[in-house]
Design a binder for this molecule. Structure first.
Ligand SMILES: Nc1ncnc2c1ncn2[C@@H]1O[C@H](COP(=O)(O)OP(=O)(O)OP(=O)(O)O)[C@@H](O)[C@H]1O
Ligand SMILES: [Mg+2]
Length: 410
């Protein structure tokens, strides 16, 4: 039982008077040292002797860091979460215990992962530059004083540790390791940045309740991390999200749609629904498909019968265009990628958009692309080219993976 305050209430003294009450004081420095050095010595038994020899110093440095932090960064009304205790020391040691002898073989790597854990547990919780530079400086001083040989390697940024480097590989095991740089984790980050773009595109800018925000987030999640999945992958993602998201699954009908804070279940997955932010309800895409209108004046090649897929893909293309990001449609041959994009482009206002379609073939060379682009843009200043003034250039490349990749990138 902690002190009253911060959501904790006083316990009735009448009740307490019936109990024997003992105060648990914070363990002495020696005890804390004993706890964490024992944990680390246990875990690092299988590691090399020079790594094991660093454990006493690592534990002492951790305690020194912790002590300065609790003295210099007390909780205040604007920093009420600056509550550092034994749990944080456990978190740092917990991170260190994720290491395996095959990936962490040298003392430098050990000190570097220690710095990473300290940054993640303490530094990442700080809310202003002053506090952050204080902790950064303190950590650097500890590294230089206690680990002069390893300090330089440990201090190199960016510092990224995780078990996700092989997450996209089928059956790849999750191993905690030094990711080294952003390049190595790029493929994973690409999906995360798509999530940010989709949120940018979906979210309106006015205030909204947390339940509405969560619905927008789910929508952005499905069309970023889940956007390239095949059917069975979509079902798995859908089942997992529904299990963890905490929103209530409800049965819905067109007359009584699921609202914000709920998940509709009349269709198999949430991919089949659009979240209407204005009405704050989930609408099944199949209710948004307009009836096909026969137009005798239209060329056969321009006919696109509206379907759930065309309506949804057109919505996605519109979202991405609104935030001025390029989009790539991938899929098996004949899945109406070209037909959908051409139909989307035809619907755009031709006065404010300048459309430039390009078809790639196995004979397309990079110089052809450059010439084609240059022929369709105007020179504005020395290095700036653009479409006719007042227009937005929309470049549609069909079959982008057709040309052979040049081996000499000059
Ligand atoms: N909703 C639709 N209404 C009418 N025709 C359609 C519709 N969807 C697809 N089609 C027709 O299906 C055919 C295949 O579509 P499309 O050429 O767009 O496929 P694709 O995904 O671009 O294939 P590829 O990868 O081979 O280029 C086209 O003839 C297209 O007109
Ligand atoms: Mg095509």
């Amino acid at each position: 039982m902690g002190k009253a305050g911060g959501g904790r209430n006083e316990i009735d003294p009448r009740f307490l008077s019936l109990c024997c009450v003992f105060n648990m004081t914070f363990p002495s420095d020696d005890t804390v040292y004993h706890i964490y050095s024992s944990i680390l010595e246990g875990h690092f038994q299988m590691f090399s002797a020079d790594i094991r020899s660093l454990i006493p110093n690592i534990t002492k440095s951790l305690l020194a860091l912790y002590k300065v932090i609790i003295q210099s960064l007390p909780p205040t009304p604007s920093k009420f979460h600056y509550i550092f205790n034994l749990r944080d020391l456990s978190r740092v040691c917990g991170g260190l215990c994720l290491t395996t002898p095959d990936r962490f073989t040298s003392p430098e790597q050990f000190i570097r992962v220690w710095r990473n854990e300290c940054l993640r547990v303490f530094f990442d919780r700080l809310i202003n530059d002053e506090d952050r530079s204080m902790v950064q400086k303190l950590l650097n001083e500890l590294l230089e004083t206690n680990f002069p040989e390893q300090a330089e390697y440990a201090k190199t940024d960016p510092i990224l540790f995780g078990d996700y480097r092989t997450a996209l590989e089928e059956g790849g095991s999750r191993v905690y390791e030094d990711i080294q740089d952003y390049e190595a984790a790029k493929s994973l980050f690409q999906e995360v940045s798509q999530l940010c773009y989709m949120l940018d595109a979906c979210l309106p800018h006015d205030c909204m309740s947390s339940t509405v925000l969560e619905c927008y987030f789910l929508q952005a999640l499905y069309w970023s991390l889940g956007a390239t999945l095949l059917e069975d992958g979509r079902e798995k993602l859908d089942a997992h999200v529904k299990e963890i998201c905490g929103l209530l699954s409800v049965s819905d009908t067109p007359e009584k749609p699921a609202r914000a804070g709920e998940i509709p279940t009349s269709e198999k997955t949430l991919y089949e629904f659009y979240f209407d932010g204005e009405k704050q309800v989930w609408i099944a895409w199949n209710q948004m498909v307009p009836k096909y209108q026969y137009d005798p004046g239209k060329k056969f090649s321009e006919i696109l019968v509206p379907t759930v897929d065309t309506v949804r893909s057109t919505w996605l293309l519109g979202l991405v265009r609104d935030i001025h990001r390029p989009a790539v449609l991938v899929g098996d041959t004949g899945t109406s990628k070209t037909a959908t994009i051409l139909n989307f482009l035809r619907q755009l206002d031709q006065n404010s958009n300048f459309l430039l379609p390009m078809n790639f073939s196995s004979r397309t060379a990079s110089i052809d692309v450059q010439r084609n682009l240059e022929a369709n843009v105007e020179k504005r200043t020395k290095d700036t080219y653009g479409p006719p003034v007042g227009k937005c250039l929309l470049l549609f490349i069909d079959d982008m993976n057709m040309p052979q990749v040049r081996s000499n990138h000059l």
